[in-house]
Design a protein around this ligand. Structure first.
Ligand code: TYC
Length: 101
């Protein structure tokens, strides 16, 4: 019988960690027109008119509404972009982020 030499094998397990997700939250205010909020949600968060209206009305009634979750840099960039659009329009529209859980 032919001699076989066993090669020791090292098992390598790569740990794949998912990046923590961040919520983007829309805050209500008394000044930004509803239609303007809807336009910003459609432009920045790619929502259709119906979804944008629903999210806007939820923030309007409850004070805030979670819009979506993204990796941290995406969430922060989108929140800033949307807040800046409000600022450019002269409105106090505000989007913030917080870690999920
Ligand atoms: N409350 C505003 C108004 O009555 C509309 C609005 C809704 C503003 C949601 C911000 O996140 C918001 N004109």
């Amino acid at each position: 019988m032919a001699k076989t030499i066993d090669t020791p094998r090292l098992e390598t397990r790569t740990k794949v960690e998912r990046p923590p997700l961040y919520k983007v939250i829309l805050l209500n205010d008394d000044y930004t027109p509803r239609e303007f909020v809807v336009q910003v949600l459609k432009a920045v968060f790619r929502m259709n008119a119906e979804h944008a209206m629903h999210v806007m009305m939820t923030a309007h009634r409850r004070g805030a509404c979670v819009i979506a979750v993204y990796a941290r840099d995406v969430a922060e960039t989108k929140a800033k972009e949307a807040t800046d659009l409000g600022k450019q329009g002269g409105y106090p529209l505000f989007f913030t982020t917080e870690p999920e859980q």
